[in-house]
Design a protein around this ligand. Structure first.
Ligand code: SF4
Length: 427
């Protein structure tokens, strides 16, 4: 079969696409680049927010008539909203993330089956390489029960991949030329809780000990409540020169009242303490966070608390999301914050985040920074990363990949601009 795959959403979905491609190719099927050339069309969906859902449904509607080609709808929407999909494309086959390893049988089956529910098979893992960056999922699902989140419905309860499987996947990626290894999950902090005895720092140590090579590791998003169990060990691991001094720690709100409504399992004080500990013990560490504005229950005073904590903690990066109700979630049934209020709060927070980002990044101008260039920016320039994962756009060396020293010649609120002064053999 000639198979076309279209992917939406996060690193986990992109890794699932890489897994499907490798299983299909290994079974003799061909991955093609256009729908015209395909016998089977796979849409790997995302439904994390209302706008992502609308985008997918619009795309599916445009694929109602494929002239005999078969349609498979995969990803989070297949798991969380199967009926909604079938209302738009009744003849589609469904493949939820739990069944992604069964893609070959679905492509080879003439009848449109619906493979949803159940638990993910975590005995097979494939690295996803884009340029010289490899994304490696270390777990599927999470331990959370956040009131706003549809992902927990789509990806279900935590299932960690065994350390040996992850080590092999990292080695495979490094053998294929990867220089940056992104260990990703919905919550890397909960890694191994279901395995008994091995946690995130142990895993990273094993990878560093068992995989030789000139690579650097970026540890993906982690929740404050799960990472606090392993914080001391994580700090030690973050100090390894082959690990980016970068922590993505979603706060979501600066108000304890709203955190309780969201069913997040930490307080603002506990969050503050983790950040203080990291900054005190990991020199130059970058802290990125996620903030939801306009969650049900958030009033002006709560939002003011969010503004104050952002000012206080001076995050290096903030992903701002306006709350949107998701089906089958508790928060969707709560009294909603008016759209205009959400928008105004999002704008106010974005202005503050930009101002902080500009102030912090301009401090780098004039300095020399060691960088790892493993990919390119969306404009096609070489994109380097400093030891603390700050993005450095480097002109005139588009094809360079590896380690180097850059003079920082400019900055914006979200990245640095550099001139490559020297190439290095290793980190
Ligand atoms: S931890 Fe919460 S926000 Fe994250 S995936 Fe799980 S339920 Fe969703």
């Amino acid at each position: 079969m000639r198979v076309y795959i279209e992917t939406y959403g996060c690193a986990l979905n992109r890794a699932d696409t890489a897994l499907m491609k490798s299983l299909l190719s290994a079974s003799g099927h061909e991955i093609v680049q256009t729908i015209d050339d395909a016998d089977v069309v796979i849409i790997n969906t995302c439904t994390v927010r209302k706008d992502s859902e609308e985008r997918i449904l619009k795309r599916l509607s445009s694929l109602r008539n494929l002239n005999g080609k078969r349609l498979i709808v995969a990803g989070c929407m297949a798991a969380a909203q199967p009926y909604t999909i079938l209302k738009h494309v009744p003849n589609a086959a469904l493949l939820s993330p739990q069944h992604v390893t069964e893609i070959v049988s679905l492509v080879e089956s003439s009848a449109p089956k619906h493979l949803v529910g159940g638990e993910r098979d975590v005995s097979y893992l494939e690295p996803y390489l884009e340029d010289r960056v490899a994304t490696i999922p270390i777990a599927e699902g999470c331990l959370g029960d956040c009131a706003f989140c549809i992902v927990k419905i789509a990806r279900r309860r935590l299932r960690s991949y065994r350390p040996g499987l992850i080590v092999r996947a990292v080695r495979k990626a490094v053998d294929r030329g990867a220089l940056e290894i992104d260990l990703t999950a919905q919550d890397t902090g909960s890694y191994g809780v279901d395995l008994g005895g091995v946690r995130l720092p142990d895993l990273v140590r094993r990878v560093l000990a068992e995989v030789d090579g000139n690579y650097m590791i970026r540890i993906g998003m982690m929740n404050p409540d799960t990472v606090s169990d392993v914080l001391d060990d994580l700090i030690e691991v973050l100090r390894d020169r082959r690990v980016f001094k970068y922590v993505h720690l979603p706060l979501q709100s600066g108000s304890d009242k709203v955190l309780r409504i969201m069913k997040r399992r930490y307080s603002v004080d506990e969050y503050r303490e983790i950040v203080r500990e990291l900054r005190g013990k990991v020199e130059g560490v970058t802290i990125a966070t996620d903030i939801i504005v306009g969650h049900p229950g958030e009033d002006d005073e709560d939002f003011e608390m969010t503004i104050e904590i952002v000012k206080e903690l001076m995050f290096d990066k903030v992903h701002i999301a306006q709350y949107t109700p998701r089906p089958r979630t508790e928060a969707a049934a709560m009294r909603q914050v008016p759209e205009g209020v959400k928008k105004a709060r999002s704008t106010a927070l974005a202005l503050l985040v930009e101002e902080i980002g500009r102030r912090q990044n301009f401090e780098y101008v004039g300095s020399l920074a060691k960088v790892l260039v493993a990919t390119r920016s969306f404009r096609g320039d070489a994109l380097g990363r400093t030891f603390n994962y700050k993005p450095v756009v480097i002109k005139e060396h588009n094809d360079f990949r590896g380690y180097g020293v850059a003079r920082i010649v400019g900055a914006t609120f979200f990245d640095l601009r550099g001139r490559l002064e020297k190439k290095l053999d290793e980190a």
